[in-house]
Design a protein around this ligand. Sequence first.
Ligand code: FES
Ligand SMILES: [Fe+2]
Length: 321
Amino acid sequence: MSAYFAVAESSALGRRPLGVVLEDRRIALARDEGGAAFALPDLCPHRGAPLSRGSVIRGRLRCPYHGIAFDGAGRGHAPPWMEGPCTLRTEPLAVHEAMGLVFVAREPSAPLPPRLASDGWQPFGLAIDIDAPAVEVVENFMDSTHTGVVHAGLIRTGDAGQLREVTIEADERTVEVRHAAVDEELPLVRRWLGPGAIDHVDICHLPGTVEVRYAVGGEPFFHVLVFVTPRSATRSSVFVRGAVRSPRARALDRFAAAGAALVGRRILAQDKAILEATEDAVRRAGSRPLAYQRAEAMHPMVRRLLRGEGRVESARVRVRL
Ligand code: FES
Ligand SMILES: [Fe+2]
């Protein structure tokens, strides 16, 4: 499945090249003279030096070994010692830069990542590396049954919970999980949010993006995109881009965004801890139990679609969260 994956924060890519890893492949990132990011395999087609250790000169990535300079289209340009024009080329990867992130795709035809709500919304961003396969990390962000346990007190209270009607719909590239509106207490948050039932939707944009939207009384107030990047078969990076907007107390939005980032950082640390502990247990046991219950119908759907095993049926479940 061709897709754009977030490989770096835009702010990490300045005048020097930057080496990143995607699915075990090393990639060199650089910026051309106009500031546009480009991506080349981190292996010079001359004699194999890592281009990410080179330098950027006039918008071209110069190899640290013999000085051949590559432009964003992958064309090599001759250093003074070379007779005649340089015929060496390398195959660039597709690059898309948005929301303060550099995305890379193998194929330029890959669908662009979803966009974060922007007009009048207060943004925040987070990132973390997790020693777990990307599919397990994606599942965690689609997984509402762990929130009252792992994130007790942060997302949900963890006690009896409220019964929610959940509708799951899927096509080849997305699995959408809608939680019908319920009246939640949220004592502190209510001052910012105002009254009204809260509904929320989680959308998995296969293979690696989870979108979360919350609304109060039908008005959206919280939007998060979680970009999960497979660095290797056992290691992932998570880049979170979020935004908030109160339907009625906009003056508090900056504080709400800062609060969301603070809570978000804690949540990511908790997810990292449980995911890495789980991977450790699974590795020791040599097998991964997947005994999904009815309320967890979205997970086998995501796995099935990721493996390209064809269509999945929509489902309705009830879950107490
Ligand atoms: S290895 Fe890159 S120029 Fe020689
Ligand atoms: Fe979590």
